[in-house]
Write a protein that binds this ligand. Structure first.
Ligand SMILES: *Cc1c(COP(=O)(O)O)cnc(C)c1O
Length: 318
C-alpha cells in the first residue's frame, strides 16, 4: 500500500489580525497540517526518515509506544504500511484491550498495526529503560526483530527531518532573521529541536509545552538531540511551560472558544491539544506586551484537527 505523495514544501500563509497588528506583530502559519492526509504535520517530517532508515537497515517491522489517542501511533501505522513495513503499537492502558476501539486506535488497526496493550507500570518501565539492551532483547523476544521508535518518535533522524521546516521557511521568507520567532507546540521536543537547529543566525525558536511538568526534562531531551544530531548546542531556542492549559489533553471551554473564533475569523480549524494551545499562548503573550514590536511570528501548524472530539483525559493524563 503506497502513500499518496506529500504536499511539500508546506504552504506559508499570512494571518491578518488587528489584535496582533495593533501590537506591531505579524503572524504567519506554516501549514504542515496540509502535508499529508494520513501522515500529517510533524509526523511526516519525523517518521519518514526513520522508516526509510529502518527499511534500508533491513527491518521488516517497526514498533513504537503511545497513549490511546496518540497522533504518533496513528501516523506511524499509516506510514509503515506505506513503506511496506509491519507495525506494532504498544499502547498504555491494559484496560483498553477488551474495550471497543476508539477512532484513533481503530484507524491504526485498520492500517495494519498490531496493537498490544500494557498496564501503566509496565509502560513506564519500558519507556524509561528503552535504551537498555535488556529491554531491546525483551521486545525482540516478544515481537520479533524490529526497529524501535520511542514514544512520540523523537530521535535524531526525526529531529533532522523536522529541520526541513526551517529550511523551507528560509526559501519562503528569504530575510528570515533577527525579527523572526518560529513557534511550535511541544510534546516530546523533537520538532522544536529540529526547527531550532535549522534556523539561520538571528532567528529564534519558541516551543510551547502541551504537557505539564516537563520543565527541565524536555530541555535536556532537546539539548541531547542537538548534541547527538549536530554535535553542538544551540542557543536560539526556548521552551515555555505556562501554556499547557491544565495539562496534556485538557481542552477547556475557553480554549474551544479561542479555536472557534480563530476558525471564524481566519477560516482555519485548529487542532486543539497542541496547536490551538500554542497559538492561544502567543496571543496572550502579545496582549500582555511581552512580544517586541516588529516581531514576525511563524506558527508551525504541527497537525490537523481531530475528526472526533477526544474525551477529557484521566487525571494521570492518559
Ligand atoms: C505529535 C504532535 C506534536 C508534538 O511534537 P514533538 O516533536 O513530540 O514535540 C505537536 N503537535 C501535534 C499536532 C502533534 O501531533
Amino acid at each position: 500500500m503506497s502513500l499518496p505523495p506529500p504536499t511539500l514544501p508546506s504552504p506559508l500563509t499570512r494571518v491578518a489580525d488587528e489584535r496582533l497588528a495593533g501590537a506591531g506583530v505579524e503572524l504567519r502559519l506554516k501549514r504542515d497540517d496540509l502535508i499529508h492526509p494520513t501522515v500529517p504535520g510533524n509526523k511526516w517530517r519525523k517518521l519518514i526518515p526513520n522508516l526509510v532508515a529502518a527499511r534500508e537497515a533491513g527491518h521488516t517491522r517497526v514498533l513504537t509506544f503511545g497513549g490511546a489517542y496518540s497522533n504518533h501511533v496513528r501516523a506511524l501505522a499509516a506510514a509503515a504500511a506505506g513503506q511496506g513495513l509491519e507495525s506494532v503499537g504498544v499502547i498504555r492502558g491494559d484496560e483498553l484491550a477488551n474495550a471497543p476501539r476508539n477512532w484513533s486506535l481503530a484507524r491504526a488497526e485498520a492500517a495494519g498495526m498490531r496493537l498490544v496493550f500494557v498496564d501503566r507500570a509496565r509502560y513506564r518501565r519500558l519507556r524509561e529503560t528503552l535504551h537498555e539492551p535488556a529491554t531491546r532483547r525483551r521486545l525482540a523476544d516478544e515481537f520479533g526483530p524490529c526497529a524501535v521508535l520511542p514514544e512520540g518518535g523523537s530521535n535524531v533522524p526525526a529531529a533532522r527531518g523536522a529541520a526541513a521546516v526551517a529550511a523551507e521557511l528560509v526559501t519562503q521568507l528569504p530575510d528570515l532573521g533577527p525579527r523572526d520567532l518560529v513557534c511550535c507546540a511541544v510534546g516530546t521536543g523533537g520538532t522544536l529541536a529540529g526547527i531550532a537547529a535549522g534556523l539561520p543566525p538571528g532567528a529564534r525558536a519558541l516551543g510551547v509545552a502541551a504537557l505539564r511538568g516537563g520543565a527541565g526534562y524536555l530541555e535536556r531531551e532537546i539539548a541531547g538531540l542537538h548534541a547527538d544530531g549536530w554535535g553542538r548546542p544551540f542557543a536560539n531556542w526556548s521552551l515555555d511551560h505556562t501554556g499547557h492549559g491544565g495539562g496534556y489533553g485538557r481542552v477547556s471551554p475557553e480554549l474551544d472558544s479561542f479555536a472557534a473564533e480563530f476558525a471564524e475569523r481566519h477560516g482555519v480549524r485548529l487542532e486543539l491539544r497542541y496547536v490551538a494551545k500554542a497559538l492561544r499562548h502567543l496571543y496572550a503573550a502579545v496582549a500582555a506586551g511581552s512580544v517586541p514590536r516588529a516581531t514576525r511570528i511563524t506558527l508551525v501548524v504541527t497537525g490537523p484537527p481531530d475528526p472526533v472530539a477526544a474525551p477529557a483525559p484521566a487525571a494521570d493524563g492518559s
